[in-house]
Structure formats: C-alpha cells, structure tokens
Ligand binder design. Sequence first.
Ligand code: CA
Length: 239
Amino acid sequence: MESGQRVLLVEDERNIRDVVGAYLEKEGFWVTAVGDGAAALEQANRKRFDLIVLDLNLPKVRGEEVCRRIRDVSDVPIIMLTAKGSEEERISGLEIGADDYLVKPFSPRELVARVRALMRRAHAESDPQRDRMQYGELTVDLRGHRVYLADKELDLTASEYKLLVTLARYPGRVYPRMELVEKVLGYDFEGYERAIDSHVKNLRAKLDDDPRTPRFIHTVTGVGYRFEPAETSEGTPRL
Ligand code: CA
C-alpha cells in the first residue's frame, strides 16, 4: 500500500475530474485522468493501476463496457460514479464487476475514503499476513492505516505514513533520499531529494525521535535514512 499508488480517473465532466483528481493527489495518489471510455481503455492497457474511478455515463465507450473489458483481464478495484437516482445503473455496474459505487453529487472526501477503504481491502485480501508491524512502543496497523506510539494514535500525513512504512518494512536497510522520494512522494527527479528531509523531520517529531539519539530513524550521512529501532525486549519485527 505504501509506495505511489496509481489511480485511473475516468470522468467526462471536467469540473468533477479536476476536483476529484486534486483531492486524490493531495492524499498522495498518482492520478491519471481521462475524459472518455476509449482513453480509459487505452490507459488501462498501457499501465498497471491500483484502482480505477469510473464514471458510467461516458462518451465514446460507455462505462459499463469499459468495466467489462477491464474485468476480462484484471481484478483491479473499480469504484463507479453513477447519476443520482439511477438504481438500474448501479446494479448493472456491480453485476459487471465494479467493487463499489458513489452516487452523484458526492463529496470528494467521501470518494477518497472509499478509495482508501477499497485499496485496504484489496491489499488485505492479497496478503492477509502482513497487517501489522510492531517495534517496541511503535505499532503500525497496515490494514487500518494507523500508527500508535505507546498506545496513543499518531496523526500522520499520507506522506509521513508512507515514509514510515517504507523504512520500517526493512529495518537496517539504508534508503537513499532519491529512492524515498520516488517511493513516498512519487516524483522522479533530483530537485526533490531534499523534500524528503522535511517529511523525515516532521515524522521524527511525531515519533518523539531525537536524531542525535535516534530510537527509530537514523540519518545516514550523505546518503539517506534507515529505520533501526532501539533495542527492546519486544523489538522483533512482525511482518
Ligand atoms: Ca458522465
């Protein structure tokens, strides 16, 4: 769940497309937005997406057809957007393999919540063992996307969460800044290397982790960072 999840957003109404796209990007998703069914199929054939938000009433190729053709080759989670009061559309959408639906008008916040829930579900189904990491006082609930320090829930941003999960999955492994930028922020050019530093700084503050005597995140001078929990009796990773 943690590195640059890709969402294909298919919606012909420009206003909805722009607003929803912006919300998803703000939440840390990589968004590819297209305005008709033919473009959606082209994108879906070309790239792997972690989730598809699909309007049903689309020009060129209708949403139902897009959904059906994608389902023939992929089990990617699909959330469809349907017109208000169109019960029939909803039922047919679920029958052809959509996982969830939202009725217009909907709040972008609600959509983001559904996207997250569906991704969590898809992830949990594909790897039911990997649901929790525990390092001393630090607990990462990978299913619930929650982080606890000594049983107190931390309020992490999407980037901080991704950063923590990326590092903590392989304790002791050194992550160069550039790799963290790609994994956490999804950028791929070098100007952004330092952006990761401010996320690390904020994450450390929330973890109550002093870089001079780190108990979780260590700076590797000139390279990047590594996660290494201070020795405790219960410091064994549970992956
Ligand atoms: Ca439409």
